[in-house]
Design a binder for this molecule. Structure first.
Ligand code: FAD
Length: 391
C-alpha cells in the first residue's frame, strides 16, 4: 500500500519547500494539488512582488495559542537562510520597508525557484488532483484523492487556510486534523479590512494617515485607510488579527502627540484662539478628515469651545473609538487565524504528537504571522523543520 515515502497535500509555499528538502534526503515524495498551477498564493503575494521574509524575526511576530511554538523552527531557519535560498537561484532581494524583504525579480521567480528545487530533487508533482481524506492504515496512511486511494508511509498536510478561495484555499487540512483526533482552533479571517455597519465616513474613502490602533491588548502603528465600508490599510490589517466581534478599536489619530496639549497651546497663542476647529485640525490631519471629524464643531473658533467640548475633541483625536461590525471575510483576508492546535504538534518536527508520520505545515497550523513577510517565512521555516525530521 505504501508506494510513497511521503505524500504532500498542497503544492503551496510550505508543501513545495518541504517536498524538495525531503526528496533531497532520499525520500520518494509525491505532491498533490487540486489547482492547475502550483503556489498560486505565492504568485499573488506582496502584490506580485513576494514579501518573502522579514529581518525583524521572532516568536512575538506570531499569533498562536502557544507563544513559544515557533521558537525552535525559527531558530533553525532564519531570514538570512531565506535570502540564501533565493540567492542559490540567482534571485536577489529589496528591502522596501525596514526589515521587509521582497524578491527583486518578483513573486513568479520565487514560484519558479520552488518548482526548480522540486524538479532537481526528483519530486513528483501532480496538479489537478484534490486530496479528499487521509486515514491511518497500519504503520502508514491511505490518502483518498481525485485519482483514487494512494498509500504513503508519511503525509504532510500543507493545504493552507481558508483565505482567498480564488487561489485554491480549502478546509481539507482542518478536516484531516479533526478526523485524526487533533483539535482545531476555530479559523477566522485575519489581516483583513474591517467593516462598520453604520459608517458615516464613507465620503472619506481613499483618505490615509499614520495612526496607532489598539484592540484586545494589542497595538500597532502604521497607515490607516478609510474605505466606503469601514477601515483598511496596514495598521487595520494588523489589528484585525486580534479583533473579535463586538470589540471596539481605539485609534490615536495623532500618534506621539498630546491633542489636549496641542489644543491648549493653540488657544493660548496670540490671535490663534479665533482659529476654527477645522483649520486647527487641518494642520495635523488630512484636510478631508479635518473637515469631517469635529462634526458640528468644525466652524467653531477654538476660543469658544467649552471644557467638555475640548475634552471630547482631544479624546476623538487621541482615542477615537470605532466599533466594526464584521471583517470583509475570507475573500479579502490575507491569512487565516486559528487552525490546527499546536498543542497537538511537536514544535521541532511539525508532526502530530499522537499520529506518527503526520505533518502539518504552514498556514494550516494555528500560527498567524503579522503583516510583513512573516506568513511566508513560517511556511519556509515549518517546512524546513519538518524536512529535517523526515526520513
Ligand atoms: C493576496 C495575498 C498576498 C499575500 N502576500 C504575502 C506576502 O507578501 N508575504 C507573506 O509572508 N505572506 C503573504 N500572504 C500569505 C501567504 O501567501 C500564505 O501565508 C502562504 O502562502 C501559506 O503557505 P501554505 O503553504 O501554508 O499554503 P498555501 O501557499 O496557501 O498553499 C496551499 C496549497 O494547498 C492546495 N490545496 C488546498 N486544499 C487542497 C486539497 N483539498 N487538495 C489538494 N490541494 C489543496 C492549494 O491549492 C494551495 O496550492 C499573502 C496572502 C494573500 C492571499
Amino acid at each position: 500500500m505504501s508506494a510513497w515515502d511521503v505524500i504532500v497535500a498542497g503544492a503551496g509555499a510550505s508543501g513545495l519547500f518541504f517536498a524538495a528538502r525531503a526528496a533531497r534526503r532520499g525520500l520518494a515524495v509525491l505532491v498533490l494539488d487540486h489547482g492547475s498551477a502550483p503556489a498560486r498564493k505565492v504568485r499573488v503575494s506582496g502584490g506580485g512582488r513576494c514579501n518573502f521574509t522579514n529581518l525583524d524575526m521572532g516568536p512575538e511576530r506570531y499569533l498562536c495559542a502557544n507563544p513559544h511554538f515557533t521558537r525552535s523552527a525559527l531558530a533553525r531557519f532564519t531570514p538570512w537562510d531565506a535570502v540564501a535560498w533565493l540567492g542559490d537561484h540567482g534571485l536577489g532581494y529589496e528591502e522596501k520597508a525596514p526589515g521587509q524583504l521582497f524578491c527583486a525579480q518578483g513573486a513568479a521567480a520565487v514560484v519558479r525557484a520552488l518548482e526548480a528545487d522540486c524538479a532537481a530533487a526528483g519530486v513528483r508533482l501532480d496538479l489537478g488532483v484534490p486530496v479528499r481524506a487521509v486515514q491511518r492504515e497500519g504503520d502508514g496512511f491511505s490518502v483518498a484523492t481525485g485519482r483514487g486511494v494512494l498509500g504513503a508511509r508519511a503525509v504532510a498536510v500543507a493545504t493552507g487556510g481558508l483565505s482567498w478561495p480564488g487561489v485554491g484555499a480549502s478546509g481539507l487540512g482542518f478536516e484531516v486534523a479533526a478526523a485524526l483526533g487533533l483539535r482545531v482552533v476555530p479559523p477566522r479571517p485575519a489581516l483583513v479590512p474591517l467593516v462598520c455597519g453604520h459608517w458615516p465616513y464613507a465620503d472619506l474613502a481613499g483618505v490615509a494617515l499614520p495612526v496607532r490602533a489598539a484592540c484586545a491588548g494589542a497595538a500597532f502603528a502604521g497607515d490607516l485607510l478609510f474605505t466606503h465600508k469601514g477601515l483598511s490599510g496596514p495598521v487595520i490589517l494588523q489589528i484585525s488579527s486580534f479583533w473579535r466581534r463586538a470589540e471596539a478599536l481605539t485609534i490615536d489619530l495623532l500618534p506621539g502627540r498630546d491633542a489636549a496639549a496641542l489644543l491648549a497651546a493653540a488657544r493660548a497663542a496670540r490671535g490663534r484662539g479665533r482659529t476654527l476647529v477645522r483649520n486647527f485640525l487641518a494642520a495635523h490631519l488630512p484636510a478631508r478628515l479635518a473637515a469631517r471629524l469635529p462634526g458640528a464643531l468644525a466652524d467653531t473658533p477654538l476660543a469658544d469651545l467649552a471644557a467638555p467640548q475640548l475634552r471630547a475633541l482631544a479624546q476623538a483625536l487621541n482615542a477615537w473609538t470605532v466599533l466594526p461590525t464584521r471583517s470583509e471575510g475570507w475573500a479579502r483576508a490575507e491569512v487565516t487565524a486559528g487552525g490546527v492546535d499546536t498543542a497537538g504538534l511537536c514544535s521541532r518536527t511539525m508532526t502530530a504528537r499522537h499520529v506518527p508520520g503526520l505533518y502539518f505545515l504552514g498556514e494550516v497550523q494555528d500560527v498567524t504571522g503579522q503583516l510583513g513577510g512573516y506568513n511566508l517565512h513560517w511556511a519556509w521555516a515549518s517546512a524546513h523543520a519538518a524536512a529535517l525530521a523526515a526520513g
